[in-house]
Design a protein around this ligand. Structure first.
Ligand code: ZN
Length: 74
């Protein structure tokens, strides 16, 4: 998985999980699936959100260059 796809998946999991947890206000059983979904953001973030050159974690970096090695990541 490309790191940009991992970042999109991470953000989508956080948003969907947060919306589910908000929905728990109306339907309480949504709380646990929402929390699990939101917390599962760590999987693509930890496994695939890495620089293709140095392999270090990119975090929230959406720029053109790795903040660790300075090489282009686009
Ligand atoms: Zn790097």
């Amino acid at each position: 998985m490309h790191f940009q796809d991992a970042q999109k998946l991470r953000d989508a999991l956080l948003i969907v999980g947060f919306v589910l947890m908000l929905g728990a206000h109306l339907y309480a059983p949504l709380l646990i699936p929402g929390a699990v979904t939101a917390l599962s953001f760590v999987i693509p973030d930890y496994l695939y959100n890495k620089c293709p050159h140095c392999g270090k974690h990119l975090g929230r970096n959406t720029k053109k260059f790795c903040q660790h090695c300075g090489r282009s990541i686009k």
